[in-house]
Design a protein around this ligand. Sequence first.
Ligand SMILES: C[S@@+](CC[C@H](N)C(=O)[O-])C[C@H]1O[C@@H](n2cnc3c(N)ncnc32)[C@H](O)[C@@H]1O
Length: 185
Amino acid sequence: MGTLSYIKNFIKDRDVAAITPSSSYLVKRVCRWINFDAPCTIVEYGPGDGVFSRYIARNMHPDSSLVLIENNDGFVEDLRSLEEQYEQVTVVHDRAENVQSIMDSLGLEAADYFLSGIPFSFLDDDIKDDLLQDTFDGLYDDGKFLVYQNYNHMEKPLRRHFKHVEKEYVLINIPPMFAYEARKQ
Ligand SMILES: C[S@@+](CC[C@H](N)C(=O)[O-])C[C@H]1O[C@@H](n2cnc3c(N)ncnc32)[C@H](O)[C@@H]1O
């Protein structure tokens, strides 16, 4: 896993959009917005080889659940070992755009957190807007959408959908990332 796996998958699939996983620094900065002391449901879009997912699975409350929605075949294969290791983890081989039907099929009423590293800039505006609305609708009232992107193109669309948006520029990552905490309320 790691950089080699990213390069291999990136060559075949432009949606991978990175040749190396996020840094452990970025993972910790974004995950500090999650309350790991309480049981919760977390849905991750585009986990790649699972650099965020592993951190979350290790730190989350034992009664929490983590759903990983990944579209790339190679990464889905990598993520299966995480699913075997943690019974709270479910891997779904699908696109984030189908989140509503995925949650329905898993019997999930709502999530406390959505986390996303998918390249939103690759999505058409109407598809991006639908995904933001579905994510907003899929959250409990006190839920959050956590996003990281390599340039600041998500601030405006997030502010259109979510009540409070915090932004941080994280330099210790290749490339540096804009991280956002978007709160439903
Ligand atoms: C930039 S990588 C981030 C990977 C990992 N989360 C990290 O931080 O290193 C983007 C990931 O999103 C996945 N992806 C891209 N578009 C997607 C979509 N529409 N639905 C689900 N996964 C998607 C890619 O296959 C890739 O694993």
